[in-house]
Design a protein around this ligand. Structure first.
Ligand code: PAF
Length: 274
């Protein structure tokens, strides 16, 4: 497995590789990432995984500094999966000068996650575009766990005519339903036991919609109240159209329920398609 930090060395090593399948990560790999990488491996022999904790997508008060960095273990897992190349640049390589060119994003980036983490998707889209330009992959795999991120990356690729196919990977869950995330490790034992209730709440809304309930506002309100009573601080529980991520109306089909909520200082997100 090649572990490469430098852009020229990376481009040289990928010169005769086609197709290139790319999985961007911020490291601290767990079974969710590994599933995306296995999916990429089914699509190409040449899989490039990037590991870079991107400060552009963290607000000043967020967890950029304490975000778990486990590079050696990540490389061990990647080499067990026979990944061809790990691109692990440092900040000087990706930002030799301050990153002053930033993408302007469509209004959807200011909703849901974007409403609570202003600038987050601008940071994500900017780094993803840089990584696409550096690696020039034929396809890239993004997890549905970050549903809005996947939507925005797809839109970016479509509207900027980027020659890369975006492939969606299913969310990997723990046995109790909690979506795997690097941030789960911030949870203590009691919080970890409670954490699956975000998923259970989305599941309950899904079941009510499947049984014919069309009163989305009441479903969202009741779900929020239930979580608040259990000790959560809820940012949003919201039902949207999958294709546009606009709020859903009663006669819409192809829906997704998205949620974000805090257990003490840990923020969890999840979603469920209907
Ligand atoms: O999903 C993530 O881990 C990050 O947002 C990404 C896509 C690697 C960009 O930093």
């Amino acid at each position: 497995m090649n572990i490469i930090n430098d852009i020229t060395a990376l481009r040289n090593s990928l010169k005769s590789e086609q197709p290139i399948a790319f999985v961007p990560t911020m490291g601290n790999l767990h079974a969710g990432h590994l599933a995306l990488i296995k999916q990429a491996k089914q699509l190409s022999d040449c899989v490039v995984v990037s590991i870079f904790v991107n400060r552009l997508q963290f607000l000043p008060h967020e967890d950029f500094v304490r975000y778990p960095r486990t590079f050696d273990n990540d490389c061990r897992l990647l080499s067990e999966l026979n990944v061809k190349t790990v691109f692990a640049p440092n900040e000087k390589i990706l930002f030799p000068t301050p990153q002053e060119f930033l993408l302007a994003l469509p209004p959807v980036a200011d909703t849901l996650e974007g409403a609570f983490r202003p600038g987050f998707f601008r940071g994500v889209a900017t780094i993803v575009l840089k990584l696409f330009n550096i690696i020039q992959p034929n396809l890239a795999v993004f997890g549905k766990k970050d549903y809005q991120q996947l939507h925005i990356v797809r839109e970016m690729v479509r509207q900027l005519n980027l020659p890369v196919e975006i492939v969606a990977g299913e969310t990997v869950r723990a046995a109790d339903g909690l979506a795997l995330s690097s941030r789960n490790q911030y949870l203590n034992e009691v919080q970890r036991a409670e954490a699956c209730n975000l998923y259970q709440t989305l599941l309950q809304i899904k079941q009510e919609i499947i049984s014919g309930c069309k009163d989305f506002l009441t479903l969202q309100k009741n779900a929020t109240n239930n979580l608040v009573q259990r000790g959560w601080k809820v940012d949003y529980i919201s039902i949207h159209k999958r294709s546009s991520l606009l709020p859903a109306h009663a006669d819409d089909v192809d829906l997704v329920i998205l949620g974000a909520a805090w257990l003490d200082k840990t923020r969890l997100i999840d979603n469920l398609e209907i």
